[in-house]
Design a protein. Structure first.
Ligand code: CO
Length: 209
């Protein structure tokens, strides 16, 4: 498909949306008020808005390879801070996906170039869970379980941020969720690791605000 075709398709899309919802673009041009922050993988098969049926304006989105939340990643941290402190989103969703290429590379001894540095934290996570993963029958099952473990870890990292703990300390409603998407069936599974307050945070991770 030529690059011009994409611009043509955009014109068609804008026309269609304007017909279906005449007020949408005018409303969005004044403000955004999303209730959800989506942290997902860059994978082209996991388009955030589409898979939860949401319109422009409804999701604040951050995506990177393997949906990682890192304390030293100013990009991700800036997105979280703006979403929580300014937009006051009520939910943060970390949505991973089965068969994630980033997680797969981290589980192998292959050279992925610069991505190796990015994926290093998954390697450490894999190493920590190797015992549990060894009991699974095959590599595909191990990869998919590891994709779940990775999401759970990112939820924990979010809970440990000053941004999230500060919001909870001032009683701002904020829930964090861990989900995983099936590329082969389009269905999201809730990993049931949601958090909505300061309870059960290990002492060394409690932020003294
Ligand atoms: Co991925």
């Amino acid at each position: 498909m030529s690059i011009e075709k994409l611009l043509c398709m955009n014109k068609e899309w804008a026309k269609k949306v304007a017909l279906e919802q005449p007020e949408l673009f005018a409303t969005l041009s004044k403000q955004q008020a999303p209730k959800y922050l989506w942290i997902g993988c860059s994978d082209s098969r996991v388009p955030a808005n589409e898979i939860v049926g949401m319109l422009p304006g409804e999701l604040f989105v951050h995506r990177n390879v393997a949906n990682l939340v890192k304390h030293v990643d100013f990009n991700c941290q800036a997105v979280i801070q703006y979403a929580v402190d300014v937009l006051k989103v009520e939910h943060i969703i970390v949505c991973g996906h089965y068969g994630c290429g980033g997680v797969k590379v981290a589980m192998e001894n292959t050279n992925a170039g610069i991505s190796d540095y990015w994926l290093r934290s998954i390697k450490d996570l894999f190493s920590r869970h190797r015992g549990e993963l060894k009991n699974l029958d095959n590599q595909e099952l191990r990869l998919n379980r590891m994709c779940e473990i990775n999401v759970v870890e990112q939820v924990a990292t979010l809970v440990h941020t000053k941004i999230v703990q500060s919001a909870w300390q001032r009683n701002q409603p904020l829930e964090i969720h861990g989900w995983i998407y099936g590329i082969d069936n389009g269905v999201i599974k809730n990993l049931n690791v949601s958090r909505n307050g300061l309870e059960d945070i290990e002492d060394i991770y409690q932020v003294d605000i």
